[in-house]
Design a protein. Structure first.
Ligand code: AMP
Ligand code: ZN
Length: 490
């Protein structure tokens, strides 16, 4: 498999240090708010990477941190603590906020079929690890104590920038307006490893350390947690592109200075999900969550499908229209799979199976080209082969794509059967049935159909027609069947 490495800035043949276990680390969420669907684009694509590695036969150990301390509103160690900000906003304690949003994050992941990493570690669990690393960095002169905090001294490095070619002049540009410069720093890029003095006297979580009672900086978290669970070397480290600088750059600086050797071989960065007005972020612009998509009647897996249709190294623009298109295509895909007969009793044609999984692998081996991976799925449906082979292929590719294709197609078949049964039951005593053709449930649609039924019963046909029009305006089309209605989105 060829995988783009942000550190070398080229696609490289992926060879793990040890094929018996691929070590993968992912920067996890800062749990001060819901994840937005931009964050989740990164987690979806990282999930695909993990699953594809497993698909081609590598055992993977994947670790993810939960940032529940130390992440300031500016990635450059300035600004307010994000967790404290969240706690204040909601009149809760930092730990309550962390628990609530960690649970919410994994709930979103479940809805998007994102597998939980093998190890999920909150930053507050690993204080001893950070102290061990920082102590050695102090002993070896890579870190210094100033104004109550411990800083990493970037002037000690031969090479600081890894993912970009900034030079000293660019740094001035990096200091944003309104952000106070920390006068304790010897060099502008130096970053905090341990805070004892911060502008926020009410920092809730503090621990004892050789440098005084305080709390860790954000960057040290990922180095400490990775080394605790994956040891001194790492095959792949992932995150969204905004993590490349300064977060990952600082992780490399401190980890390699501590270890005395190269730490991680592959750096994989997912480009951003943008809106028409720019990058999606929690602090500005539209803040779209999985729950909001659901409220608007979208299946979260339509969003996963939307993400898979584009390459992870290209910025992706989110619009409702784009999502509508993805949802429409996803529903059609399910309907086509539902049209295959799971009880045909036919034999799987192994030659066809190998040929078409080969196509899928060719796409995915080229730096995880999920868009062509999805095309390979359509090739399966078009192939001249029996239904058993097609269904076996769909199930196989879905081990990576994770679109619940088989389950959804089963549900759809069951719904259609139910609708058929209702139809043939005629005007018999059967109750009034409301059946969606795609198998989805939508309380708002159901309520309107019930209201229309009541209107018809009361012979208020004008109202019944008006309700049908309202449903039409919502993109819902009804078909009356004996003793019920079937509906679909158009
Ligand atoms: P955070 O919770 O802010 O630490 O971010 C969680 C993950 O989402 C990180 O890997 C970020 O790099 C990533 N991320 C942040 N914004 C976006 C975006 N608009 N599109 C894709 N990924 C993002
Ligand atoms: Zn990280």
């Amino acid at each position: 498999m060829y995988l783009y490495n942000s550190a070398s800035r080229k696609k490289e043949l992926f060879v793990p240090n040890n094929p018996d276990i691929v070590k993968m680390y992912t920067c996890g969420p800062t749990v001060y708010h819901f994840a937005h669907i931009g964050n989740l684009r990164s987690y979806i694509m990282e999930d695909v990477l993990e699953k594809y590695l497993r698909y081609v036969g590598y055992p993977v150990k994947r670790v993810m941190n939960i940032t529940d301390v130390g992440h300031l509103t500016s990635d450059a160690d300035e600004g307010e603590d994000k967790m404290l900000k969240g706690a204040r906003r909601e009149h809760k304690t930092v730990m309550e906020i962390a628990k609530y949003y960690t649970d919410a994050f994994f709930d979103d992941c479940r809805k998007l079929n994102i597998k939980r990493p093998d190890v999920v570690e909150p930053a507050t669990n690993c204080i001893d690890e950070y102290i061990k690393i920082i102590s050695k960095l102090m002993d070896t002169g890579y870190a210094y104590f100033a104004g109550g905090n411990v800083y990493f001294d970037t002037s000690k490095l031969e090479r600081y920038y890894i993912f970009n070619d900034f030079n000293a002049d660019d740094l001035d540009v990096g200091v944003r307006e309104g952000v106070e410069e920390d006068t304790n720093k010897r060099n502008r890029n130096d970053f905090v490893l341990w805070f004892t003095k911060s502008k926020f006297e009410d920092q809730a979580l503090k621990w004892d350390s050789p440098w005084g009672v305080g709390y860790p900086g954000w960057h040290i978290e990922c180095s400490g947690i990775s080394m605790k669970h994956l040891g001194e070397d790492l095959d792949i480290h992932c995150g969204g592109i905004d993590n490349a600088f300064p977060h990952h750059t600082n992780e490399i600086a401190q980890s390699e200075s501590y270890l005395g050797h190269k730490w991680c071989n592959w750096w994989v960065h997912v480009l951003h999900l943008n809106t028409n007005s720019g990058k999606m972020s929690k602090s500005s612009g539209e803040f779209l969550t999985v729950s909001l998509l659901e409220e608007k009647g979208y299946d979260p897996l339509s969003y996963r499908f939307f993400c898979l249709q584009s390459h992870y190294r290209k910025a992706l623009v989110f619009t409702w229209e784009n999502l509508d298109n993805a949802q429409g295509a996803y529903r059609k895909l399910i309907a086509r799979i539902a049209g295959l007969n799971p009880d045909s009793g036919e034999e799987v044609d192994q030659a066809v199976f190998d040929e078409l999984t080969g196509k899928f692998k060719t796409a995915m081996d080229n730096d995880l080209n999920t868009s062509l991976g999805v095309t390979a799925l359509y090739d399966v449906l078009k192939a001249k082969t029996n239904d058993a082979t097609k269904l076996a292929l769909v199930a196989d590719l879905d081990r990576v794509l994770s679109l619940s294709l088989i389950e959804k197609a089963d549900e759809k078949r069951a719904e259609l059967k139910k609708a058929e049964a209702a139809k043939s039951a005629g005007t018999a005593a059967a109750g009034f049935s409301i059946v969606s053709e795609s198998g989805e449930e939508d309380a708002a649609v159901t309520a309107k159909i019930e209201a229309r039924r009541a209107a018809k019963k009361a012979k208020d046909f004008a109202l019944a027609d008006q309700i049908r029009d309202e449903l039409k305006a919502m993109g819902v089309e009804l078909t009356d069947i004996p003793n019920g209605v079937t509906w679909k989105r158009v």
